[in-house]
Design a protein around this ligand. Structure first.
Ligand SMILES: *[C@@H]1O[C@H](CO)[C@@H](O)[C@H](O)[C@H]1NC(C)=O
Ligand SMILES: *[C@@H]1O[C@H](CO)[C@@H](O)[C@H](O)[C@H]1NC(C)=O
Ligand SMILES: *[C@@H]1O[C@H](CO)[C@@H](O)[C@H](O)[C@H]1NC(C)=O
Ligand SMILES: *[C@@H]1O[C@H](CO)[C@@H](O)[C@H](O)[C@H]1NC(C)=O
Length: 449
């Protein structure tokens, strides 16, 4: 063996070692690079849940019971559903939960496009599927409740009229007993059970908030309504960006980055302002009857409290979701704190979008705008506000946020009728473990924060 061959071999070994080191390094590097990918894979459910609504809902955090499905050959029929959008949503959810209890498919009910609830002939029936997506509802609510069409009826085993009681003597227990009896025996043999009586909205409540929420989160407006709401929101954001870029040019020496970021984000606040005369009369009566003095808020109180939420100097658009009758009351546009720029439909020039539609759809658009707002402020005694907050709470629950009271969350909601420590409005979220919707939707100062 000569020296050169040894050195050759040792060189080879060295080379081998080096290559091994490289391989190791490469491996380490690869792992480092792949780590986010791997993490992504392992947290896959979470990631997918963010992007795919159907998946979120099939994993819905709300329902623990196993859904074995609802009978497809037995139906429940309910009278036309009336009153405001949110009262209609609640009545619809009650109809669904009643059908579920009877293990029956709910025949798609008529909603009402107008608010003239006192005169039945002016109720303008509108089919459920003109407002909400029918198939989407059934797929999101699959196994829990089911909507059917009149076409599905075989008309062989007849209709049973179930007369609902009313008045003081008709207690929750009696109502429940009646439903239980109707779920078996000769009543159950009928293909259709038809609920008879006025205002199913007034039925007694037997179901926990979670079950209502399961129905609400399956109610997706038809595309036409969603598009109209998108138009309104983009208008609001457009104005917000314009106003911000104006201030930024003045301050641009301070921070060169602000301009870009302000272009991207123009958060807005939606305020469901209930200050119209008939509300004021109603809420004053309510205050007297209940001995609670936190139900009515004046324009000034609302403006002040909303002003106390935002500390930043950047101009922020405040969208005022107000009843039609207030559309031309310009006093609600005056008196806001510096930095808050109030707009209602007319000033925003979106009144044309609303005017094309009947009352129910107008309300639906406003509901969506409030749901999408970065910050929502409402009255805890309003059903509209309560259901907006419920929707926003659900949205956060799906993101894994269980408590949105203290921390700086993405979609905070506030109740302006309940002042916090420094006269700011109290944070508000829906208590999903409440045992009845009554507690959270028909007026309450329990806002779980
Ligand atoms: C409805 O009835 C079907 C068939 O009898 C049963 O499998 C299912 O569990 C029932 N669903 C409910 C919600 O009671
Ligand atoms: C049963 O009656 C409903 C409404 O009256 C109708 O739409 C449906 O087509 C009928 N079904 C059959 C199988 O005849
Ligand atoms: C505001 O609306 C009411 C009722 O819609 C109308 O009578 C009144 O003239 C309007 N006022 C203005 C200033 O447009
Ligand atoms: C939510 O409701 C449940 C049941 O009524 C109650 O026990 C709980 O204290 C409530 N939570 C909050 C934060 O109000």
């Amino acid at each position: 063996m000569d020296l050169s061959s040894i050195s050759k071999r040792s060189r080879l070994i060295v080379c081998h070692l080096i290559s091994l080191t490289w391989k190791c390094l490469a491996l380490v590097t690869m792992v480092l690079f792949l780590r986010p990918v791997l993490l992504h894979l392992f947290s896959g459910c979470g990631v997918i849940e963010w992007n795919n609504q159907d998946l979120i809902l099939s994993h819905s955090l709300l329902l623990s019971s196993n859904d074995e499905g609802v009978r497809r050959e037995k139906f429940l029929e309910v009278p036309q559903i009336v009153w405001g959008l949110n009262n209609q949503k609640i009545a619809f959810a009650r109809a669904c939960l009643t059908a579920r209890m009877l293990n029956r498919t709910l025949l798609m009910p008529s909603l009402s496009a107008s608010l003239f609830y006192k005169e039945i002939d002016q109720l303008q029936p509108i089919s459920f599927d003109k407002v909400f997506q029918f198939d989407k509802f059934n797929s999101l609510c699959n196994g829990f409740v089911r909507l059917g069409r009149y076409l599905d009826l075989k008309n062989q085993t007849g209709i049973y009229d179930l007369q609902k009681g009313s008045g003081r003597k008709w207690t929750v227990e009696k109502d429940m007993e009646q439903l239980k009896q109707s779920s078996r025996g000769h009543v159950d043999e009928h293909e259709v059970i038809r609920i008879v009586g006025k205002n199913p909205f007034l039925w007694h409540d037997h179901w926990p908030v979670k079950e209502y929420a399961r129905v609400f989160e399956s109610l997706v407006f038809v595309d036409e309504i969603l598009k109209e709401a998108d138009k309104v929101v983009s208008k609001i954001r457009h104005i917000g960006r314009k106003l911000r870029s104006k201030t930024v040019t003045v301050q641009s020496d301070l921070n060169a980055d602000t301009e870009d970021s302000s272009k991207a984000a123009a958060p807005f606040i939606a305020v469901h302002m209930r200050v119209e005369i008939d509300w004021m009369i109603h809420c004053k009566k309510l205050e007297q009857r209940s001995g609670i003095n936190q139900i009515c808020s004046s324009k000034q109180e609302i403006m002040q409290r909303v002003g106390n939420i935002v500390s930043s100097e950047s101009p922020t658009v405040v969208y005022l979701a107000v009843a039609d009758s207030l559309l031309n009351d310009s006093s609600i546009l005056r008196g806001w704190m510096k930095g808050l720029l109030p707009f209602e439909k007319k000033k925003l020039r979106v009144d044309g979008i609303y005017k094309r539609h009947p009352y129910l759809i107008q309300s639906a658009i406003d509901y969506m705008v409030c749901s999408m707002a970065d910050i929502f402020v409402g009255n805890s005694y309003s059903t509209f506000s309560s259901l907006v907050v419920l929707e926003r709470t659900l949205k956060m629950t799906r993101m894994g946020i269980r408590n949105s009271c203290g921390i700086d969350v993405r979609w905070p909601s506030y109740a302006y009728n309940i002042p916090g420590e420094s006269n700011d409005p109290q944070k508000w979220m829906t208590n999903m473990s409440d045992s009845s919707l009554q507690a959270i939707s028909y007026g309450s100062n329990a806002i779980s924060c």
